[in-house]
Write a protein of this length. Structure first.
Length: 449
């Protein structure tokens, strides 16, 4: 009897193992992956290029020797991130803070979502054990209140005459600056409350030190994400730029202009949020997540700026800043003190002028752009020739590329290097994001979407 039982077990084991692919190594089957071009981005096909100044360019102490490097394919924003796009980030953070404050006030006052009106509608989603899945019960028992969900299904009310009750009014009142600090009788948001919390891993540190625990390289940030609008005053002493300080970020007249007054960390926070926003949608649809949005590294930025043109001085290819009709090809300072010779005093729309051959706008001029890489004078001498990047967390100098509306033509050259400190914000520095292409079959010789 025991022998028959043993034979049965062996047969069951063999049949269970061979039922998938007849015992062959066939791999784990999943959905077929189809690359999806992100909205507002262009594909930059991978390839090799000569990075740095050409023999015809004027060398500078900040420039490094030329060398050939290879770059993987990636997607890049066609334009610099605009005021309108960054405002979407600011509004998301502001609304999240308001919802959290409403939920906390509702709990303090004993209000629940079952209340028909008032602040109760914004209370934490019910944690009645009868309504929870076993997983939700476990998470609440293990992690407590942090696992309760804020109600995002109810619209926020911003018109003061329509606030549902006094508790809601109190929460909203605390989101604004005090009356005595109002400007021209107009109360404004207390933007110091607009903090975005996120977590990321310090991959470089984890790679350098074997045996380091994940917790040791996990970085938690709580960052104020509102642009520093005072840069318009601080960057230019004895210059009347108060209208730009007051209106540039919020007024719809500048909605399609590049956002400025953003530090390197704020640009990174935007990337984290954009990834969260997209993957939250993907999760709701049961679809595969996309990989993260991020800042380009220095080599990627230069490769993209060249637009596939070998040895180009500018993104449009030629060594001159004017076309054959005598019109300037970018927004910069053409002459000493004459900012308007190119028909622009400050910034222009992010899609102004003609794009390069990768359909990227304003890779020269308008605003300089943050990149991921740390600034090192000798980085070209020791960084890899394959996807080179120097990103030292202890080095606070970050590379900026492309030149801006207030720079002379030299800084518009695709190979020119400059830097700014990571915690600084300027009226002439913005950014754009990139996302890795998932796969290796796209190169400059065969580009597909």
């Amino acid at each position: 009897m025991k022998k028959i039982f043993l034979i049965t077990i062996i047969f069951a084991f063999i049949t269970s193992c061979s039922s998938n692919g007849k015992g062959e190594l066939v791999g784990v089957k999943g959905k077929k992956w189809h690359p999806e071009k992100p909205y507002g981005m262009s594909l930059v096909p991978g390839g090799a290029f000569i990075m740095g100044k050409s023999d015809d360019d004027i060398a500078d102490v900040q420039d490094a020797p030329t060398r050939t490097v290879s770059i993987s394919s990636f997607y890049m924003d066609e334009t610099e991130i605009t005021n309108s796009e960054y405002r979407q980030f600011v509004h998301w953070v502001r609304d999240s803070v308001i919802r959290l404050n409403l939920a906390e006030m509702a709990e303090l006052e004993g209000k629940t979502p079952d209340d028909e009106s008032g602040i109760g509608a914004y209370a934490y989603i019910s944690i009645d054990d009868e309504d929870l899945t076993p997983y939700q019960k476990y998470m609440i028992d293990t992690y407590g209140d942090d696992e309760r969900n804020i109600n995002r299904d109810v619209d926020l009310i911003f018109e003061k005459d329509e606030y549902p009750d006094e508790l809601y009014s109190e929460v909203m009142d605390n989101m604004y600056l005090p009356l005595e600090e109002s400007y021209n009788g107009q109360r404004t948001w207390d933007v110091n409350q607009f903090e975005f919390e996120y977590t990321y891993m310090d991959i470089e540190t984890a790679a350098k030190f074997k045996g380091v625990s994940r917790s040791d390289v996990t970085i938690k940030e709580a960052l104020n994400i509102y642009p520093d609008t005072t840069v318009w005053i601080r960057d230019f002493e004895y210059s009347y730029n108060e209208p730009m300080h007051n209106d540039y970020f919020w007024h719809q007249a500048y909605g399609d202009y590049p956002v400025v007054g953003i530090s390197h960390k704020q640009a990174q926070a935007f990337c984290q949020w954009r990834t969260l926003l997209k993957n939250s949608y993907k999760k709701s649809k049961g679809e595969d997540f996309v990989n993260k949005f991020r800042l380009p590294n220095e080599a990627e930025w230069e490769y993209a700026a060249r637009g596939g043109l070998a040895g180009a001085t500018y993104p449009w290819g030629g060594p001159y800043t004017k076309n054959d009709r005598g019109c300037f090809m970018a927004n910069f300072k053409p002459l000493r003190g004459n900012y308007v010779a190119d028909q622009a005093l400050y910034t222009v729309e992010a899609d102004a002028y003609e794009p390069n051959d990768y359909n990227l706008y304003n890779m020269a001029g308008n605003v300089s752009e943050w990149v991921m890489s740390s600034y090192e004078e000798s980085s070209y001498d020791y960084s890899s020739t394959f996807n080179p990047n120097v990103n030292d967390s202890l080095n606070k100098r970050k590379v900026v590329r492309g030149g801006s509306w207030k720079d002379v033509a030299y800084f518009l050259q695709v190979s020119s290097r400059d830097y700014e400190y990571a915690d600084s914000a300027r009226s002439y520095i913005g950014f754009r994001t990139v996302q890795n292409y998932m796969g290796t079959d796209v190169t400059a010789n065969e580009a597909t979407n």
